[in-house]
Design a binder for this molecule. Structure first.
Ligand code: URA
Length: 224
């Protein structure tokens, strides 16, 4: 295990006992991010849903299934991606046997940001994808209109890129099949843009390495 992975494992343990805001009271457990450390890409959702809260893993419910399908269609392997949420507890209101999902406040997003910041620092993604308005708010530090930011590559941190797209649960709420299909296609296109940004940054780095190697070699040496 690398030092970064060990540090993140310690932070995850710490987050299991998080009582920084009252959301832990109605939640089963903290749902921390999961995936490789380091990872080229980090996906940030909103908060765990009912299924995630019970199972303790991010994006394992209905929205997670849409996300998995879109990732595969965009050319991602989910196991290569670090997946997390802006807020680590499920905000809900018990109603009889059911639990109603509740909208997060800006204050709850801000209080929980300490965990997301640690994840970004240790996972060191080249690209971060905000899925929906809460994730965008957490990452940008201000409210943001998703449609205005979709399709753009925003500078983030020292050398990272931030992409903003919809939350996959939006597709589940669309009333008819045609809009769901069209929405899904646009979502896949947004994710595919991330794949090509990562690939072109890797290609640039590789060609820089070849150039450096070339200039460091004695005259007459050729790089194949
Ligand atoms: N929605 C999210 O934002 N995150 C999850 O983990 C599941 C559903």
């Amino acid at each position: 295990m690398t030092q970064a992975a060990a540090a993140l494992a310690r932070i995850r343990l710490e987050a299991l006992g998080c009582e920084r805001c009252p959301l832990y009271r109605n939640a089963t457990q903290t749902v921390f991010g999961e995936g490789p450390v380091p990872a080229s890409v980090m996906l940030v959702g909103e908060q765990p849903g009912d299924r995630e809260d019970i199972e303790g893993h991010p994006f394992v419910g209905p929205a997670g299934r849409v996300l998995d399908k879109a990732l595969a269609a965009a050319g991602f392997d989910r196991t290569d991606v670090y997946v997390t949420n802006a807020v680590k507890h499920f905000k809900n209101e018990p109603r009889g046997k059911r639990r109603l999902h509740k909208r997060l406040t800006a204050g709850e997003i801000d209080v929980c940001k300490v965990w997301l910041e640690s994840e970004i620092k240790l996972v060191r993604p080249k690209a971060i994808v905000a899925l929906g308005a809460s994730a965008a708010r957490a990452l940008l530090g201000r409210p943001a209109g998703i449609e205005a930011l979709r399709g753009k590559t925003l500078a983030f941190g020292e050398a990272q890129s931030l992409f903003v797209t919809i939350h996959p649960s939006l597709l589940l709420r669309m009333p008819d099949r045609a809009s769901r299909e069209e929405g899904f296609e646009r979502f896949v296109q947004d994710l595919a843009r991330v794949v090509s940004a990562i690939r072109s940054s890797e290609t640039r780095k590789a060609s820089r390495r070849v150039t450096l190697r070339n200039s460091a070699q004695p005259a007459g040496f050729s790089v194949r």
